[in-house]
Design a protein around this ligand. Structure first.
Ligand SMILES: Nc1nc2c(ncn2[C@@H]2O[C@H](COP(=O)(O)OP(=O)(O)O)[C@@H](O)[C@H]2O)c(=O)[nH]1
Ligand SMILES: [Mg+2]
Length: 182
């Protein structure tokens, strides 16, 4: 079976750990000072449940509540990972705004998405509770994970899950003989 090509974007406030998550997943190490202004695409080929995937990860330079949502984020992207830091209230609060902007731009009611509360190794500085994270994820129809790009906790799970979600949504829009399969 050929590798399935998938593309996911990492969205969220600056400094929440988007690049660190991408690099930890793709290269297996933690970087402490990655240039925050770079927008980069990482590629990883891996196997999940017997299927090969070639996953492109668009690591955006970050957004805030005033950002105009670049329209290219809605084209050619199959799923989204929204990242905040559990140590930053403001990074959590802008996720909802970003999510709503994305739906507006894409004209969809739902997109394959995951909500990630990163930096869960910094428990003493926690500013967002797990409960609040779960509530926002429910609102977004998204799975919820707390991660640490530093300790690698749950990092693989996030990317594996978004791949599964993208597959599900692809199946949902499939048409066979006029009947939609979901
Ligand atoms: N303690 C801790 N620091 C992190 C974690 N993820 C990222 N950082 C640090 O947070 C800062 C911003 O990370 P970066 O990946 O550049 O954030 P981005 O702007 O969202 O891409 C850097 O100093 C990282 O080393 C994490 O899970 N735990
Ligand atoms: Mg970055």
């Amino acid at each position: 079976m050929p590798a399935k090509q998938r593309k996911v974007a990492l969205l969220g406030f600056r400094s929440v750990g988007k690049s660190s998550l991408a690099i930890q997943f793709v290269e297996g190490h933690f970087v402490d000072n990655y240039d925050p202004t770079i927008e980069n695409t990482f590629v990883k080929v891996f196997k999940l449940k017997g299927q090969d995937y070639e996953l492109r990860i668009v690591d955006t330079a970050g957004q805030d509540e005033f950002s105009l949502f670049p329209s290219h984020y809605t084209m050619d992207i199959h799923g989204y990972i929204f990242v905040y830091a559990i140590t930053s209230r403001s990074s959590f609060e802008i996720v909802r705004t970003l999510y709503e902007k994305l739906l507006d731009m894409s004209g969809k009611q739902q997109v394959p998405a995951i909500l990630v509360g990163n930096k869960c190794d910094l428990l003493r500085d926690r500013a967002v509770s797990i409960e609040e994270g779960k509530q926002l994820a429910d609102y977004m129809h998204a799975a919820f994970f707390e991660t640490s790009a530093r300790s690698r906790e749950n990092v693989n799970d996030v990317f594996n899950r978004i791949v599964m979600e993208m597959d599900k949504s692809e199946g949902g829009s499939q048409n066979k003989g006029g009947c939609t399969i979901s």
